[in-house]
Design a protein around this ligand. Structure first.
Ligand code: GCV
Length: 849
């Protein structure tokens, strides 16, 4: 039987006071969770589920002594107390009493002969094993290292949380790759580049944050999914970060994360020898520079003996690099990697190197080629502790890109894939976009490096070319928002990255199902509903932002959020889609285009080169085609653009309905917070839909065969209303305002009124006001129907722009208004600071029953 969370147990026990209490909590809206515990809530299991674990030992034996083992023991105690209500007893020796034994296999194998076979485990692989000894049955959590024991402990807890049996355990798991790191683009002043959930948890006002608790809790989250490294400063690095003043502070973070098995790499500035080293050069071949890095590395390891290494962004987006001295990337990498070697330190050299001043008129130039062109010729020349860190696609985290051809081109160089959890181009956590399906497609893509069977995951993990190291990195950018990423449902990406890095053979639905159970509980209805939402979300986002591989059609020279179709053109950044009056797409073919496709192995290249075999979803990434070109689906490109934007926006609207089925089934606070984000997303999806469709309609001159694009029968443009205190302005870019125009209150600090008379049929309607909620003020708005207020609100969101544009356009809806012809609808606004309470239009649609 399906029942709202918490009610089943209460009823069965006849504990009516519990029911009353829960009802009271619900009625007062205080049945809530903050999201802070993320997937480590260790929520009390339902009575029935608890029974299944009744025979689990209530004694923990910790064999060994280390910070990581202590973390494992404490987490086990915390988890079983939370989920089963037990207080575990703790002991240091194995006895005839059943116990959960934690310890690494080097120590345990001598005590328990049943652990023969532990030698086959990788360094961080764990083994959960039920053993009998001296007449007692024990559960052993072991692995070659203490870190492995920690991972095994979390795996055991996860099993219990999702209701998996734990009797007769014999589960061995090795991580797929040794590198499973998060990167953070946090600046020392506490801001985060491309962070969408508040300020840095690591930094504040040019210092490491005084409060390390939040960092410790983050370490716990990372350990629970097997993340073993985490950088804490921006790859656009501040050179000061490796001065003694900062190193002493960073050492505090390293100490905080060490018990969770998480090591720090630090992002460094290549010009450090000049900026902080007192030299007049940073030429990698100058012996003084080599000496600088050697001394610096020694100094750093004095502060942080287990530092994971450095990350370097050089010769990219204005960062200084070896080109300043006509040196190569290997010169740059090796001068830093060499002194790291004796400390087992790694140098993560970012493959994201490209010229952002390219001549956009030259049809042969192509940013997508840059990584391969830069690094392929250097294969084999890097020190073996250099890892080239390669973004998953050849451009930059667009909503859809092919796998970077560089993965298959480095045979003698270790590599890591760089993914992005922070949703820079995929809705910035204001839109739901579960990215695991996208990552999975890339990881499974067979680049056929030396014949079939070389998927990206195997290449980056070093399996294909037998590299000693390699793996997975993701830019996380969590912030101080209580729930870490701003959108509670976005945490599936953080969780998903960790799980995928551990085991890339897991499916996106397996991962999200697991995450939902840990995050929201084991109710089937909740499970199905959220799985449905998450799995639809990436494709929906792609549909209303940038289908067919054109790239996210966003403001690429700005904040990368709302629509900005032309922003990518006529500049040197190279995110071109080349849409004009005739057609759209980058011709990257070998035959007539930039030749990018030729960077793939012959079989893969042949698939992309031919229009017959190129998949529709990457068509415009690979080819330039006329708008009336027919896709494999049979639709023309232009009709696909129109249809997909309507479909995508429709799906986003559907997300709200789907979510509303969960009212009362999860806690009120997270329910409401997620609902608010989904409602916002539905409105912003319409902004995207209309901006892109109107732009392509105007550009191509080809109408939508279904008559929707450019026709909005239920819309009353604000500029056509009766105005007082409001004046009309032109949208910039034009497609981000309906019909290219909108209203702003004429004077700063003033008031404005826009009104019109309803002229449709009598009935019940939803009335939406499309307005611009800028981040430079808090206007107040109200809607009056025949002089009676029906809604009021404050435009106080912090959307990423101080102008009325595609980033700030948003909507407010009043539901089920009874309207009759002649009714006066009036919007009144009072502005504050520089925001001008800009209004675009009103839309009146029949209320759906
Ligand atoms: C940290 C993109 C982002 C930049 C980022 C860069 C990178 O260009 O927009 O903010 O800089 O990638 O990955 O280095």
């Amino acid at each position: 039987m399906l029942e709202p969370v918490g009610f089943g147990m209460a009823k069965r026990n006849g504990c009516w006071f519990i029911i009353c209490f829960l009802l009271l909590l619900q009625a007062t809206g205080s049945w809530g969770e903050t999201g802070y515990d993320a997937w480590l809530r260790h929520q009390s299991l339902e009575e029935q589920a608890r029974l299944a674990y009744e025979l689990l030992p209530k004694l923990v034996v910790l064999v060994g002594d280390s910070k990581m083992l202590n973390s494992a023991r404490d987490e086990l105690s915390r988890g079983l107390l939370g989920m089963l209500g037990w207080r575990l007893s703790l002991r240091g020796t194995i006895s005839s009493e059943p116990s959960i034994i934690l310890g690494n296999s080097r120590v345990l194998a001598a005590l328990l002969p049943q652990l023969k076979g532990a030698e086959s485990l990788a360094e961080e692989g764990f083994w959960l094993k039920t053993v009998s000894s001296e007449g007692a049955t024990h559960i052993v959590v072991t692995g070659a290292t203490d870190r492995a024991v920690l991972y095994g402990t979390f795996a055991l807890l996860r099993k219990i949380a999702v209701g998996d049996p734990v009797d007769n355990l014999d589960v061995k798991q090795n991580p797929y790759a040794p590198i499973r790191f998060l990167n953070h683009w946090d600046n020392l002043n506490g801001t985060i580049e491309r962070g969408y959930a508040g300020k840095s948890i690591f930094w504040e006002k040019d210092r490491v944050s005084d409060d390390l608790n939040r960092i410790r809790d983050y370490g716990r989250l990372m350990a629970s999914v097997g993340i073993n490294g985490c950088s804490i400063n921006n790859v656009n690095a501040d050179a000061r970060v490796i001065t003694p003043e900062f190193l002493a502070q960073i050492a505090r973070i390293a100490d905080t994360l060490r018990p969770w098995g998480v090591r720090l790499p630090v992002s460094v500035d290549f010009s450090s020898p000049r900026k902080i080293g007192g030299l007049d050069t940073f030429d990698p071949l100058d012996p003084r520079v080599a000496e600088f890095w050697k001394t610096k590395v020694e100094e750093i390891y004095h502060f942080i003996p287990d530092l994971a290494g450095f990350i370097l962004k050089a010769d990219s987006e204005g960062r200084l690099g070896p080109s300043a001295y006509k040196r190569t990337h290997t010169d740059a990498a090796n001068v830093i990697a060499r002194p790291l070697k004796p400390h087992k330190g790694l140098l993560f050299y970012r493959g994201f190197v490209y010229d952002h001043h390219m001549d956009w008129r030259d049809l042969k130039l192509d940013r997508a080629k840059a990584a391969f062109d830069n690094f392929r010729p250097l294969d084999g020349a890097f020190e073996d502790n250099v890892i080239v860190q390669i973004k998953h696609g050849p451009i930059d985290f667009q909503v859809r890109e092919p796998a970077s051809p560089l993965f298959a081109a480095l045979e003698k160089t270790s590599q890591a894939i760089e993914l992005q959890i922070t949703q820079e181009y995929t809705g910035q956590q204001r839109h739901l976009c579960y990215l695991v399906p996208m990552w999975k497609e890339v990881l499974d893509f067979d680049l056929q490096a030396n014949g079939p069977g070389t998927p990206v995951k195997a290449l980056v993990a070093g399996k294909t070319f037998r590299r000693s190291t390699g793996g997975f990195v993701a830019v996380s950018n969590v912030g101080r928002d209580t729930n870490w990423l701003g959108h509670d449902l976005a945490l599936a990406n953080l969780y998903g990255f960790g799980r995928l890095a551990w085991d890339p053979d897991l499916s996106p639905s397996q991962i999200v199902q697991e995450w939902i159970r840990l995050t929201f509980g084991n109710d089937e209805r909740v499970d199905k509903t959220i799985v449905d939402l998450e799995l639809k979300s990436w494709l929906a986002y792609e549909k209303y932002t940038g289908p067919l591989g054109a790239g996210t059609l966003t403001d690429i020279i700005g904040v990368h959020y709302g629509p900005g179709i032309e922003s990518s053109e006529r500049n040197g950044w190279g995110q071109w889609h080349r849409a004009d009056e005739q057609g759209i797409g980058m011709d990257r073919t070998v035959a007539t285009g930039t030749g990018f496709i030729g960077q793939y192995s012959p079989v893969v290249a042949a698939t992309f080169e031919s229009l017959k075999t190129c998949p529709d979803e990457l068509l415009l990434f690979m080819h330039h085609v006329p708008y009336d070109y027919r896709l494999h689906s049979g639709k023309t490109v232009i009709q696909h653009i129109y249809d997909s934007h309507y479909e995508g926006a429709q799906e986003a609207a559907g997300f709200v309905q789907i979510w509303m089925n969960l009212k009362g089934w999860i806690d009120d606070d997270r329910y409401a917070a997620i609902l608010k984000r989904l409602q916002y997303q539905a409105g912003h999806a319409i902004v995207w839909r209309d901006a892109i469709n109107n732009w392509f309609l105007r550009k191509s001159g080809i109408s939508d065969e279904r008559g929707r694009a450019g026709h909005f029968p239920n819309r009353i443009e604000a500029e056509n209303m009766t105005l007082d205190g409001y004046s009309v302005f032109e949208g910039k870019p034009w497609e981000t305002a309906s019909a290219g125009k909108a209203l702003q209150v004429s004077s700063p600090g003033g008031q404005g009124t826009a009104s019109f008379r309803y002229s449709g049929k009598p009935g019940q309607y939803d009335l939406s006001v499309q307005y611009f909620d800028q981040n430079n003020g808090k206007s107040s708005l109200r809607i009056l129907l025949n002089g009676r207020e029906v809604d009021h609100w404050l435009a106080d969101e912090s959307l990423p722009s101080s102008r009325p544009d595609g980033h700030t356009s948003t909507r407010r809806t009043v539901h089920a208004l009874s309207l009759t012809p002649g009714d006066e609808i009036r919007i009144e606004a009072t502005v504050q600071a520089d925001e001008r309470a800009c209004i675009d239009y009103v839309e009146i649609t029949p209320t759906q029953r």
